[in-house]
Design a protein around this ligand. Structure first.
Ligand code: NAD
Length: 287
């Protein structure tokens, strides 16, 4: 196996493996188990799940089966939008721990800036101070959400996990996060496999130049921008392919070419869509 996956250091000095495995939409037991075990086999130690993915128990089981000591894993989950109060959030966290069969999380995120996110943050701060979470952060927060949160917060979020891919580079938010010392983490790093980003001419050209695949060029681009990437795949060949990105870098010129293909084109939900956010608070976790 190739060398260990390197880390980025958060504001509180916790190290996060730069590349992780995403498990959104993987609810089938066999698929989930195979994908987590394949990732572990190829040296991944960072797994990104969420309460709303309905697969925390399967992730917990697969990680136990892997036999990797808990201390070598980096486990992320997220509190769903139906938790509105401080108490809801503490209860949601305890449920997540039980489902994942662990007694702490490496990273816990507020999934969306929905109703009650100040309260949710207070609960995350308390859990962090109790030592039950090694790092706390947010997801899908825009600059204005972060500014409002930071006015009230005792502890600054350490990570913001947001949709980011070469067609939605989030340049303004990225620069803001760098300035504030908040680590940028990309969800949907490959454009969720639904767009044409993997077929983009510039990316194909760079793939040819570096003798890599388009997915590897995109993932290397995230890391060369100091952004964490958590691509999802259930296929061992792709899980391995996505990991073989630590033997090259994109040059300054390559990065300038990548910057030129941004379309500022969001593929997922819009965190400023308050009506959608309000709907999601009614989305049940027990389905
Ligand atoms: P992604 O960009 O990781 O795309 C996944 C898809 O890309 C796969 O289903 C497959 O079709 C394709 N793919 C993967 N490897 C490939 C390869 N080597 N070559 C060609 N195609 C390949 O999208 P995602 O799963 O939505 O995002 C990654 C992770 O981010 C999720 O699994 C989840 O953990 C997290 N996420 C978080 C949020 C949030 O709101 N915080 C939202 C969505 C996803």
């Amino acid at each position: 196996m190739s060398t260990k996956i390197p880390s980025f250091k958060l504001a509180n000095t916790i190290e996060v493996p730069q590349l992780g495995l995403g498990v959104f939409l993987v609810e089938d037991e066999q698929e989930l188990t195979q994908s987590v075990l394949a990732a572990i086999k190829h040296g991944y130690r960072h797994i990104d799940t969420a309460a709303i993915y309905h697969n925390e128990p399967l992730v917990g089981e697969a990680l136990q089966t892997s036999g990797i000591p808990r201390s070598e894993l980096f486990l992320t989950s997220k509190v769903w939008n139906d938790a509105i109060t401080y108490e809801d959030t503490i209860a949601a966290f305890e449920t997540t721990l039980k489902k994942l069969k662990t007694d702490y999380l490496d990273l816990y995120l507020i999934h969306w800036p929905s109703e009650g996110y100040f309260e949710k943050w207070r609960a995350l701060e308390a859990l962090y101070e109790e030592g039950k979470i090694r790092a706390i952060g947010v997801s899908n927060f825009e600059i204005n959400h972060l500014e409002q949160l930071m006015q009230e917060a005792k502890i600054k979020p350490m990570i913001n996990q947001v949709e980011t891919n070469p067609y939605f580079q989030q340049t303004e938010l990225h620069d803001y996060l760098v300035k504030e010392g908040i680590q940028h983490e990309a969800w949907g790093p490959l454009g969720q496999g639904k767009g044409t980003v993997l077929e983009d001419n510039v990316i194909q050209e760079l793939a040819e130049k570096h003798q890599k695949t388009p997915a590897q060029i995109i993932l290397r681009w995230h890391l060369d921008r100091q952004v964490i990437a958590i691509p999802k795949s259930i296929h061992e060949t792709r899980i391995q392919e996505n990991r073989e990105i630590f033997d090259f870098h994109l040059s300054k010129e390559d990065l300038a070419k990548m910057a030129s293909i941004d379309k500022n084109q969001r593929g997922g939900a819009d965190p400023t869509d308050d009506a959608w956010l309000a709907e999601t608070t009614k989305m049940s976790l027990s389905e």
